[in-house]
Design a protein around this ligand. Structure first.
Ligand code: CAA
Length: 245
């Protein structure tokens, strides 16, 4: 039997590298997949390329109002959400001296406010039904910091504080809340890092390569199962040994 049969999973930013692999893997386990997009053209091309059923809705996760609207639509169409993967994220890298308020705000609102905006819509329903999974996709750079990423590192570190606090508030309701912190994964986001910088980063990964999106998706999927019911408030690193703590 598929382990996530009949579960409804909402993955934000499912059209990206890691999000896409998560959607695919959860679908393989029988979950019904819902995802969000900001770029309609990219989203339509992405949906056509998938070999599983997926509903895809426009939603800017940095906007509370849009998340509220998404909630109403999803509940109308699917009745509930059992699994929420807060995965949507952006980078606006620059050294601190070149950092602008615009870049700061874009990253904090898309990568951190979004976890509140989305979780606030769906956690109460999970609590009423006595089952839920919230997984916040953070980053190695929220754990160790990264030159050029004061904004991103702050948002990603903040996500785990959010996970730990929400985990405590929901643990008695059958809901687990965890953080997954990928290292450098072969996605468009990492490929946008200048090649010389990226090569130096790869030199510092003990496993000797970038990670694969599927390696993140495998852990996320496990965390959604009943076998993972006792894991909550954890920050799980998947980084090829680049940062150990
Ligand atoms: N450590 C120390 N010094 C560094 C440095 C580092 N890692 N990187 C650059 N510098 C130094 C340069 O040597 C240079 O020094 P001098 O001025 O003395 O010559 C100076 O910083 C350059 O500063 P600038 O402000 O001019 O920076 P820049 O415009 O050249 O670009 C950067 C800086 C945008 C941060 C660029 O280095 C970069 O893109 N770095 C990669 C950042 C990164 O890893 N991003 C991850 C993206 S992927 C992701 O986020 C997914 C995930 O979760 C892992």
């Amino acid at each position: 039997m598929e382990t996530l049969e009949e579960k409804v999973a909402l993955v934000t930013g499912g059209t990206g590298g890691i999000g896409s692999a998560i959607c695919q893997r959860l679908a393989n386990e029988g979950a019904k997949i819902i995802t969000t997009y900001r770029n309609e053209e990219k989203a339509n091309a992405w949906k056509t390329a998938q070999n599983f059923d997926v509903s895809i809705y426009a939603c800017d996760v940095s906007s509370y109002e849009e998340c509220l609207k998404l909630h109403d639509t999803v509940i109308q169409d699917y009745d509930r959400v059992d699994i929420l993967i807060n995965n949507a994220g952006i980078t606006r890298d620059s050294s601190f001296k070149k950092q602008t308020a615009e870049k700061w705000n874009a990253v904090i609102s898309t990568n951190l406010d979004s976890a509140f905006n989305m979780s606030h819509q769906f956690v109460n329903g999970m609590a009423e039904r006595g089952f839920g999974r919230v997984i916040n996709i953070s980053s190695i750079n929220g754990q160790k910091g990264q030159f050029g990423q004061t904004n991103y590192s702050a948002a990603k570190a903040g996500l785990h504080g959010f996970s730990m606090a929400l985990a405590q508030e929901t643990a008695r309701k059958g809901i687990t809340v965890n953080t997954v912190s990928p290292g450098y994964i072969a996605t468009e986001m990492v490929m946008a890092v200048p090649k010389d910088v990226r090569d130096r980063i790869i030199d510092g990964i003990p496993v000797g390569r970038l990670g694969k999106p599927e390696e993140i998706a495998a852990l996320v999927t496990f965390l959604c199962t009943d076998d993972a019911s006792f894991i909550t408030g954890a920050n799980l690193a998947v980084n090829g040994g680049q940062h150990m703590h």
